[in-house]
Design a binder for this molecule. Sequence first.
Ligand SMILES: Nc1ncnc2c1ncn2[C@@H]1O[C@H](COP(=O)(O)OP(=O)(O)O)[C@@H](O)[C@H]1O
Ligand SMILES: [Mg+2]
Length: 234
Amino acid sequence: MSNPYVIRISSKKGGVGKTTVAVNLSTALAVLGKRVLLVDGDPTNANISDFLGLEDPKIGFADILFNELDAESGIVNYKELGNMDLLLGSDRIGIYAPTKEQIIHFGYQAGKFNYDYIIVDTAPGFFLHDLVPIYKESLIVSIPQGPTMDSNKKLSDLYNQDILRNHVVLNRVGSSAYELNVDTIKQDYGLDIAAVLPEDPIIPQSIAKREPAYLLDRTSKFCVAIENLARAYT
Ligand SMILES: Nc1ncnc2c1ncn2[C@@H]1O[C@H](COP(=O)(O)OP(=O)(O)O)[C@@H](O)[C@H]1O
Ligand SMILES: [Mg+2]
């Protein structure tokens, strides 16, 4: 039984790049030789299957979590990478507050596979009604705009109260002449910035091709930055 490092990919706002970061961080960790499980834990818009060109699963994360099924019934290998598995999601479930027993059951099930990392893509918002007791940290994905930074500062404060270690990943940097400067963000928000990911055409290209950007071009600016983030964990 292993004790995987479980990372919650969060943001108080939607559309900032959580799924993009979750998919590419997982891919980079797997290419670097780690055993990774990528979980689609966004019940409001489960779309990792769309990002990777896969069908929606018959049994997904929520089914395993809430019906306390064996993980084997939902985990699939990502065909491109032997050491990356997926637990895809579906948006069938409205209420998303597992009991402590359900969370512990899921942690036990996921532990059977000896993953080094479990990366959980989540819904935008303030709620923590998912795997709280088994998270080791949260990466808060944000874009360098005032209102998004303000929201994510509140999320970081909430995590700090709940003693969930958290770092910020600034995404889409360089996309607007009006964006906040990275140094200004560091000074004004007092957040720990773990990575600065640029706006990069490799991302829309990867979405069109339904493949992780990291498998399309590891030398692209976005992928170099995501690889540095992955290396910081390994
Ligand atoms: N670094 C980036 N460069 C260019 N486009 C990006 C970048 N990050 C995200 N996007 C675009 O932003 C959109 C939202 O990304 P997504 O990962 O789905 O966000 P979320 O999961 O937070 O809702 C996608 O259409 C994606 O193409
Ligand atoms: Mg998403």
